[in-house]
Ligand binder design. Structure first.
Ligand code: BJW
Ligand code: ZN
Length: 245
């Protein structure tokens, strides 16, 4: 028991030391980082994919079948997210960006909380829930207001959709390429609050391990990559990220 406690506290010390020495840091975040701002995750207890079929709500086929249902899902989340505030995990990442020479925050989250907290160099791999775009023409707008009629329509007559990335869709142009460059250049790669089950985002973790970065995983649960990373720190990101500063 004592040995285990020592081992865990060593992991914290080593991770903190690696971060303090790092010149280039990349971070991958997932729904767990926003969980402490009151936004449900996808796959953990209480997560969306425990109660809904992702095929119905987060695929282009689901949207084509029932756009009103998909919009109701996103509208409810837009309402919840508009009330959410960045937490201590988001703030710690702002502070890390301030301290290091090169910093890239790669997020799978669509809620905009990293930017709201003050992070500057953010890559949104899965889009932005505050953006709405036409499925036919190039029209798009940023809109945080509740939508009166669902589904909303474009002036061109086609439907509007949330500018997020569903399963089977390409990521925003250049996003995974920029994320890959940041991971390849990183001395330290922090992976926080993701189950690491969705690709290509999850593929950034073995990439970082292979290129020799020190990889710090922060998650209350083990993931498929926990054994491969340098330090797997188990706990909530709003506690662990500030403790690494
Ligand atoms: C805490 C915590 C606390 C809890 N503190 N932590 C290679 C192999 C197999 C399949 C594929 C492949 N490459 C591509 C695919 C297909 C597919 C895919 O990955 N499928 C897998 C399921 C196998 N990928 C795609 O389709 C992607 N597109 C693509 O690859 O394009 C090219 C292509 C097209 C067609 C064919 C082939 C290639 C697009 C993926 C889009 C994902 N979209 C969603 C919805 C976004 C919009 C929305 O929010 O509604 O993105 S799905 C959902 O999952 C959302 C998330 O960003 C994403 C990841 O989830 P995340 O963040 O990890 O959340 P959870 O809930 O899973 O985990 C939370 C974690 O937090 C847990 O571990 C907790 O323990 C932890 N936690 N409290 C810290 N307090
Ligand atoms: Zn249009």
């Amino acid at each position: 028991m004592r040995a285990r406690v020592l081992k865990v506290s060593n992991a914290f010390d080593h991770a903190r030391a690696a971060l303090r020495k790092a010149r280039s840091v990349a971070v991958l975040t997932g729904a767990g980082v926003s969980a402490e701002s009151g936004i449900p995750t996808f796959r953990s207890t209480g997560g969306y994919w425990r109660n809904f079929r992702f095929e119905d709500l987060a695929t282009p086929e689901g949207f084509a079948r029932d756009p009103k249902l998909v919009w109701e899902f996103y509208e409810a989340r837009r309402r919840d997210m508009s009330l959410a505030k960045p937490n201590a995990g988001h703030q710690a990442l702002v502070e890390i960006e301030r301290r290091v020479e090169t910093f890239t925050l790669i997020t799978q989250n669509i809620d905009g909380l990293h930017t709201l907290a003050g992070s500057k160099n953010v890559i949104c791999l899965h889009g932005d829930i505050w953006k709405i775009r036409c499925i036919r023409c190039s029209y798009s707008r940023t809109d945080r207001e509740p939508l009166a009629d669902l589904p909303p329509y474009c002036k061109c007559g086609a439907m509007l959709r949330p500018a997020v990335v569903w399963f089977g869709e390409q990521l925003p142009e250049g996003a995974i390429e920029a994320a890959t460059r940041a991971v390849l250049a990183a001395d330290v790669f922090i992976v926080a609050g993701t189950s690491a089950q969705v690709y290509p985002a999850a593929g950034l973790i073995p990439l970082a391990v292979r290129q020799g970065a020190k990889v710090i995983e922060i998650n209350p649960e083990a993931t498929d990559f926990s054994e491969d990373v340098s330090w797997s720190l188990r706990g909530p990101s709003a506690e662990i990220l500030p403790s690494l500063l």
